[in-house]
Design a protein. Structure first.
Lengths: 174, 269
């Protein structure tokens, strides 16, 4: 990272094809958050809850047209940002050595942040779908879902904080 | 091909004519591609994978339009949907990666090659090949097909059948070319525009799949509709991820940092 920032603290030297500045530090975090959010939104739901546990179903017929439309965009965006997260990571990698710890923290923050959003907004506020259907203690499933989401999010934020470029240094921020 | 097992429904002149046109059309395209390879063999070597991808694309189109899958599609909605994925998504993706326009520009005499590139630069082609227009044509066509009585009509009228399938193939090709084309495109939309259009198209595709799950087209049974709709949704997702990867890979190649770029390498595409 230090290699791309001139000693006087001005704009990073490296540029993209259009001449705009590229900050590999910020791009590492962006790549991780996009990938984590995308993986949580596309793959965790599909592979874990639809295919493995079969708690979620393709379509339960009670869903409103608005929810189906929102869901369609949601999944299209989810797959898109998963792929873009990986290409941004590859882009950082060809510019500077990747700080994998920081990327991992960003991925965890993305996964946790998405699961929290899904658990609170989608499940409880909008009621698009539930964690599991036909069970008595739904609150228990919700508590586990939201609780684990908060833990993963906090772990991610903690790792991000500990891997700040200026961690332990006097500089303001990277 | 034998038409004996199809029964009285499609063993009529109209249906036979459609199949003959499809087979002849595919052969003409394949021969034209081979002629292009032959005419440009004195130039720099043509990548073998382009030829293989184009052949694969023709195979997808053929499988969707003639043979056992096409026959099954007349009565089975899942088979119809598998054909639709081959004809409108996977086939066009492979054909586009075969770079037929690039091959034509290499193979044609200079004057005719200039004529071709003038056509490609003309305003109508420019409007038609904008990703948003192409997505509206492809997506709108699908909604019209399944949302109206067009779908049952394709089983009755050979002409409607031919028109609908031609539209699915052509609209799929133009949309794919506008998003991830490798042929020269003087007015290629930005990565941002292409990404947004792609997300919108995929969303419309999956919303339509869910809609079909609960509201089958006329003449389609509930179980058939459920299987077909899930095939449409998950199959569409697979091709979608491939398209996103190709858009992102194009961006990756175009934004190569200058100091890492080999001398003389193209920076933009």
């Amino acid at each position: 990272m230090a290699a791309s920032t001139p000693a006087d603290g001005s704009r990073p030297r490296r540029t993209d094809a259009r001449g705009g500045p590229v900050d590999p530090e910020r791009r590492t975090v962006l790549a991780g958050v996009l990938f984590g959010t995308g993986v949580a939104a596309s793959m965790v739901d599909l592979f874990v809850f639809h295919l493995a546990l079969q708690w979620h179903h393709f379509y339960d017929r009670s869903t409103t047209a608005v929810a189906i439309t929102a869901d369609g965009f949601f999944h299209a965006v989810a797959w898109s940002i998963t792929v873009w997260g990986l290409f941004l990571l590859a882009d950082v990698r060809r510019r500077v050595p990747v700080r994998w710890g920081r990327w991992t923290g960003a991925v965890l923050a993305g996964v946790g942040g998405f699961q929290l959003f899904d658990g609170v907004v989608d499940h409880k506020l909008l009621r698009i779908h539930q964690v599991r259907y036909g069970v008595e203690q739904l609150w228990l499933y919700d508590a586990v879902w939201i609780g684990s989401a908060v833990l993963v999010l906090l772990a991610g934020l903690l790792v991000l904080r500990r891997t700040r470029p200026d961690h332990g240094a006097a500089r303001s921020r990277g | 091909m034998d038409h004996d097992h199809g029964g009285a429904v499609h063993a009529t002149t109209g249906w036979v004519a459609v199949e003959v046109v499809v087979v002849v059309g595919l052969l003409v395209v394949a021969v034209a591609y081979a002629a292009g390879l032959r005419a440009s063999r004195h130039r720099s070597p043509w990548p073998v994978h382009r030829t293989a991808l184009f052949a694969g694309g023709l195979g997808c189109v053929a499988a969707a339009l003639v043979g056992p899958l096409a026959d099954a599609a007349r009565t089975s909605f899942p088979a119809h949907m598998a054909g639709h994925l081959l004809l409108g998504m996977l086939g066009p993706l492979l054909l586009v990666q075969g770079a037929p326009v690039t091959l034509a520009l290499r193979a044609l005499p200079v004057r005719r090659a200039r004529g071709l590139s003038r056509v490609l630069r003309s305003r109508p082609v420019r409007v038609l090949t904008h990703p948003a227009v192409a997505a509206l044509l492809a997506g709108g066509g699908l909604w019209a097909l399944y949302g109206t009585d067009l779908y049952p009509a394709t089983h009755v009228s050979p002409l409607v059948h031919a028109a609908v399938h031609a539209h699915v193939l052509l609209a799929g090709y133009v949309l794919t070319a506008s998003l991830v084309g490798v042929d020269p495109d003087p007015h290629r939309a930005s990565v941002a525009v292409r990404s947004v259009v792609l997300v919108g198209y995929v969303a419309a595709h999956s919303v339509l799949a869910k809609h079909l799950y609960a509201h089958p087209p006329a003449g389609v049974g509930a179980r058939d509709a459920e299987v077909g709709a899930q095939l449409m949704s998950y199959g569409g997702d697979v091709v979608d991820v491939a398209l996103v990867v190709l858009v992102a890979a194009g961006w990756y190649a175009a934004t190569r940092p200058r100091e890492a770029a080999p001398r003389g390498a193209p920076v933009t595409r």
